[in-house]
Design a binder for this molecule. Structure first.
Ligand code: ADP
Ligand code: MG
Length: 540
C-alpha cells in the first residue's frame, strides 16, 4: 500500500475540477436572483436589515450587494464588480451583476459538456471586445460646443439614471438640479465639491441647491443671538483652535501652593484667551469657524465686536469651506494675514425647515455647491441621496465623454444582433460561444419586461424583429407595454456606462471560469474538522 502524503494542514477543505466551477456558478446565480427584480423603472426596492437593526431601503445594486454580506468566495466577485461600477461610473450597478450572472448561466452548459475553460474564456473575451468596439461605433455624439444641446443631453442622462429610483416622479425637477450642480463645478468636476445635506420635513420638491458651501448651524453658547447673521464680503478665519477658558488648563498639570498662585493661573488663562480673541478681531475677520469648540466667553466677545463665530464645525465642511473660500485652517493665531483668511461674496445664517444653516455663496476659489435634501422619512432621504449620487456621477461622466446610447434594452438588443451576425461568420467553437453571449445580452430587456409585469417573450420577439429590420434603437417602452425607439423617447445613457458594465461583467465571468480549485485553510485555533480525512476533498 502506498503511504498517504499529507500536503495541507489538517482540516483544510479543498474542492476542484469541473464540479467546482459549476458550484461557483450556482452560487453566483443565487446572488443575482437577489438583485434581479430591482432593475429598471418598474423594479422593486429591497429592504435590508443589518445586525444592529438599521433598516435600509434601496434600489441601488451596489448598496444592496454591499449590505448582503456575501461569504461565498466566488460570489464575492460579483459584489466587487458592483462596487467598482459604482466607483467608476456610478450607475449601471444592477445591470453589471445581472449581466455577469447571465454570462455565467450561458457558459454553464459548455462547462458541463467538458469544453475547456480557457476556450470559453477566449470566446467571452472576444465577444466582449467585439461588443465594446460596436458600442463605440454606433454611439451618438451630439455637438459639444452647443450649450443648449449639451445641457439637454445631460438632463436626459440624469433623468434616465433616476427613472428607476424612488424619486422617479420628481425626476425632471431633480435632473435639472443635478445638471445645475455639476455645471457649477470647475473643469475637473471633483465630486467632493458637491455637498449633500439632509433636513427632515417638507416635501421632496423643497429640496434646494445652494451655489456655495452650506452646513448646519453648530452648537452655540449664550451671546450667539446677538451676533449678526449676515455679511457681504466678510473675511473668514478657519481655525483648529479651542477658544475656551478651560482649554489651557487641560493641557498641563499644575501644582499650586496657595490661593494667589491659583489666581495667577486663572488670570493667565484669561490673558491667553483674550490675546487670541484680540488677534482674531484685529485681523479683520468677520466670520470665525473652528473645528473645536468656541466657548461662551469667546462667543460674547465676538458678539460685542460685530463678528460671527461657529465652533465644532465638522471637518469635512470646514475643508470644503477652505477649498471654496480660500485661506487655510490655522492651528495658531500668531500670524493672521490676509493670505490665510478666506472670503466670499455673501454669508448668511438661514432657517431651512427645522434647522438653521450657515450658507456661504459667491466663493472665489473653487466652484462648489450644496444640495439640501428635504423629505419625510430618514430612509427615504437616504435613498434620495444615493439616487442623486448616481445621477451626479452620470452627468459628470456624460460631460467628460458625451457619447450616448439608448437604454431600455435597446443597446443590448442591438449588440446581441451584431454578435449573432458575426458569430455566423466564424467557424469553430467560438461560434457557439459568441452566440451564447449574444443570447445572454437579451437578459436586460427581458428583465425590464419581467419587472414591469409585461409578457417578455412577446416583447423580445418584437424587438428581435425590429432590430433585424435595422431599427437600431428599438427598446422596451415601459409606459405602454410595447417597443419604442428609445433614442426618440429620450431614454439615454452614456455609452461609458454600458462599456464599463460589459467589460466588468466579462472579467468577472472569466475570473470565475478560471478558478478550478478552492482551498480553504482551517481557521487558526480551530481543531481539525469533525469528519473527514486530512486533505479529504469535499465540495463547499
Ligand atoms: P442600474 O443599477 O443598473 O442602473 P436601474 O434599476 O437603474 O439599474 O435600471 C437601469 C435600466 O433601466 C437600464 O437598462 C435603463 O436603460 C433602463 N431604463 C431606465 N429608464 C427607462 C425608461 N424610461 N424606459 C425603459 N427603460 C429604462
Ligand atoms: Mg440606474
Amino acid at each position: 500500500m502506498q503511504p498517504q502524503i499529507i500536503l495541507l494542514k489538517e482540516g483544510t477543505e479543498a474542492s476542484q475540477g469541473r464540479s467546482q466551477i459549476i458550484s461557483n456558478i450556482n452560487a453566483c446565480q443565487a446572488i443575482v436572483d437577489c438583485v434581479r427584480t430591482t432593475l429598471g423603472p418598474r423594479g422593486m426596492d429591497k429592504l435590508m436589515v443589518e445586525a444592529q437593526g438599521k433598516a435600509t431601503i434601496s434600489n441601488d445594486g451596489a448598496t444592496i450587494m454591499k449590505l448582503l454580506d456575501v461569504v461565498h468566495p466566488a460570489a464575492k466577485t460579483l459584489v466587487d464588480i458592483a462596487k467598482s461600477q459604482d466607483a467608476e461610473v456610478g450607475d449601471g450597478t444592477t445591470s453589471v451583476v445581472i449581466l455577469a450572472g447571465e454570462f455565467l448561466k450561458q457558459m454553464k452548459p459548455f462547462v458541463e459538456e467538458g469544453v475547456h475553460s480557457q476556450i470559453i474564456i477566449r470566446g467571452v473575451r472576444k465577444a466582449t471586445q467585439l461588443a465594446v468596439q460596436f458600442i463605440n461605433e454606433i454611439a451618438v455624439k451630439p455637438k459639444k460646443d452647443d450649450e443648449v444641446e449639451l445641457r439637454q443631453l445631460l438632463e436626459k442622462c440624469a433623468a434616465t439614471a433616476m427613472g428607476s429610483k424612488l424619486i422617479n416622479q420628481q425626476k425632471d425637477f431633480f435632473s435639472r438640479m443635478v445638471v445645475d450642480a455639476v455645471m457649477m463645478l470647475d473643469e475637473l468636476l471633483p465630486l467632493n465639491m458637491i455637498g449633500i445635506k439632509k433636513v427632515p420635513g417638507g416635501a421632496l420638491e423643497d429640496t434646494l441647491l445652494v451655489a456655495g458651501v452650506a452646513f448646519k448651524k453648530t452648537f452655540s453658547y449664550a451671546g450667539f443671538e446677538m451676533q449678526p447673521k449676515q455679511y457681504t464680503s466678510p473675511k473668514i478665519a478657519l481655525l483648529n483652535i479651542e477658544l475656551e477658558l478651560k482649554a489651557e488648563r487641560d493641557n498641563a498639570e499644575i501644582r499650586l501652593e496657595n490661593v494667589e498662585e491659583y489666581q495667577k493661573v486663572v488670570d493667565a488663562e484669561w490673558t491667553i484667551l483674550y490675546d487670541k480673541l484680540e488677534k482674531l478681531h484685529l485681523s479683520g475677520a468677520k466670520v470665525v469657524l473652528s473645528k473645536l469648540p468656541i466657548g461662551d466667553v469667546a462667543t460674547q466677545y465676538f458678539a460685542d465686536r460685530d463678528m460671527f463665530c461657529a465652533g465644532r464645525v465638522p471637518e469635512e465642511d470646514l475643508k470644503r469651506t477652505m477649498k471654496a473660500c480660500g485661506g487655510s485652517i490655522l492651528t495658531t493665531v500668531a500670524d493672521l494675514g490676509d493670505s490665510v483668511l478666506g472670503t466670499c461674496e455673501h454669508f448668511e445664517e438661514k432657517q431651512i425647515g427645522g434647522d438653521r444653516f450657515n450658507i456661504f455663496t459667491g466663493c472665489p476659489q473653487a466652484k462648489t455647491c450644496t444640495i439640501i435634501i428635504r423629505g419625510g422619512a430618514e430612509q427615504f432621504m437616504e435613498e434620495t441621496e444615493r439616487s442623486l449620487h448616481d445621477a451626479i456621477m452620470i452627468v459628470r461622466r456624460a460631460k467628460k465623454n458625451d457619447a450616448v446610447v439608448a437604454g431600455g434594452g435597446a443597446i443590448e438588443m442591438e449588440l446581441s444582433k451584431h454578435l449573432r451576425d458575426i458569430s455566423r461568420t466564424i467557424a469553430g467553437k467560438e461560434q457557439m460561444l459568441i452566440s451564447a453571449i449574444a443570447r445572454a445580452l437579451e437578459v436586460i430587456p427581458r428583465q425590464l419586461c419581467d419587472n414591469a409585469g409585461f409578457d417578455s417573450t412577446n416583447i423580445l420577439n418584437k424587438l428581435r424583429q425590429k432590430h433585424a429590420q435595422g431599427n437600431r434603437w428599438m427598446g422596451v417602452d415601459i409606459l405602454n407595454e410595447d417597443v419604442a425607439d428609445n433614442m426618440e423617447k429620450c431614454v439615454w445613457e452614456p455609452s461609458l456606462v454600458k462599456i464599463n458594465a460589459l467589460s466588468a461583467a466579462s472579467e468577472a465571468t472569466c475570473l470565475i471560469l478560471s478558478v478550478d480549485e478552492t482551498i480553504k485553510n482551517p481557521k487558526s485555533g480551530e481543531g481539525p474538522a469533525p469528519q473527514g480525512r486530512p486533505g479529504a476533498r469535499r465540495p463547499f
